[in-house]
Design a protein around this ligand. Structure first.
Ligand code: GYE
Length: 371
């Protein structure tokens, strides 16, 4: 029994190696992979299991999924309880923590086995984390891809291994991987719309006259790309809305946002508005403004996106003007989508979350539900 189990493990590892080898990663690579898959794979490489490496069939059988005919989306066999992977990108703030908690709580509620990984902001680690999930034969992978391009290859590797991927909260480059073909669906917010709503609020709040600094999120990530587009397009027709600078160094992070704002303030002391791609950076910017002797909410009007507890508190305190909600509580919708997919339902390419809007009119009541 023990022996056949370890033989099965070796088979699986060899198969995973085959999958990895056939889908090499030219751009980012998995060079820094220290995950279980990498170690196990190299152990097996030294072993005498060459006969197990019987090519494609072994690979897809060991990977646990059923690759659909014609290279289409892998299917999921309907079960009572699933073994799923959630490849989180990082845990750098309340939004990410709330998302991870929602996935963990919902998995526990449904009796699923959840393999949770945190890539700590590293694209290479996130790709390796997906490799580990493939080696562990999960039924489906939920991936919050750090950036649009490098993580597309993780989607393709999972597909080649017969495991369907659901993208959570960030998308991948549509020319590299497509919904309904390479991954099941994208679940998250409409980021262009979020940027547009932030711009419309700011135009109103400033009477159409502002000297703006934009703090962009993680470079190459779909929310940073789209939130910039939505905002920039909306202010284009407003001659009084002047974009002084759009800075790419904030990385959706509070302290990096603070540092970016500190530097930008030296070049642009005449700033009157800040648009931050998330609340963490907005709060960092508030700290930098205060440090520089400015009064946030008075001298400088600030708008951002997410709806964290700290942001709602900053609205109540009069420092943050408004925040467009971006809901992080994906658990129930994510696993509902998996169960629908397993039943054979065809899911839409995008499952868009409805987002609220928080400003001084509702922050005090909404903070009770905040994370
Ligand atoms: O707004 C931000 C997080 O991808 C939609 O990522 C998500 C964004 C969210 O770091 O706070």
């Amino acid at each position: 029994m023990k022996q056949s189990r370890s033989f099965a493990l070796v088979l699986m590892v060899v198969a995973a190696m085959l999958v990895l080898a056939s889908c090499g990663s030219p751009t980012t690579g998995t060079g820094d992979s220290t995950g279980a898959a990498g170690t196990a794979a190299s152990v097996a490489a030294g072993g005498a299991t060459a006969s197990a490496a019987a090519g494609g069939t072994a690979a897809s059988a060991a990977a646990g999924g059923e690759a659909a005919a014609g290279g289409g989306l892998p299917k999921v066999t309907k079960k009572d309880k699933y073994k799923v992977g959630f490849a989180q990108v990082e845990s750098n703030g309340a939004w990410r923590i709330a998302q991870s908690e929602s996935m963990k709580a919902e998995a526990a509620k449904r009796g699923y086995e959840l393999i949770y990984t945190d890539a700590t902001g590293s694209e290479a680690k996130q790709i390796a984390d997906v490799d580990t999930m493939i080696a562990q034969k999960v039924d489906a992978i939920f991936l919050a891809p750090k950036s649009e391009k490098p993580l597309a290859q993780a989607v393709l590797k999972a597909k080649a291994a017969g495991i369907p991927v659901f993208l959570l909260d960030r998308n991948v480059d549509q020319s590299l991987a497509k919904p309904g073909q390479d991954y099941v669906a994208f679940m998250g917010s409409d980021f262009v719309e979020e940027g547009k709503r932030a711009a419309e609020w700011l135009i109103k709040a400033t009477g159409g006259n502002a000297k703006i600094i934009q703090l962009e999120g993680t470079v190459g990530s779909s929310p940073a790309i789209d939130r910039k587009k939505g905002f920039d397009d909306a202010i284009k027709s407003q001659p009084g809305m002047q974009l002084l600078a759009s800075d790419p160094s904030g990385d959706f992070d509070r302290d990096k946002g603070r540092q970016a704002m500190e530097t930008l303030l030296q070049a642009h002391p005449d700033v009157t508005a800040v648009y931050a791609h998330n609340d963490e950076m907005a709060i960092g910017a508030i700290a930098a403004l205060e440090q520089a002797g400015k009064v946030p909410g008075k001298d400088v009007i600030i708008v951002s996106i997410d709806g964290t507890r700290d942001a709602l508190q900053a609205i109540i305190d009069g420092k943050l003007g408004a925040t467009v909600e971006c809901n992080p509580r994906f658990g129930p919708a994510a696993f509902d989508a998996l169960e629908r997919y397993a039943k054979g339902e065809q899911l839409p390419a995008k499952l868009i979350n409805p987002d609220k809007f928080f400003d001084s009119s509702n922050a005090a009541t909404e903070i009770a539900n905040a994370y």
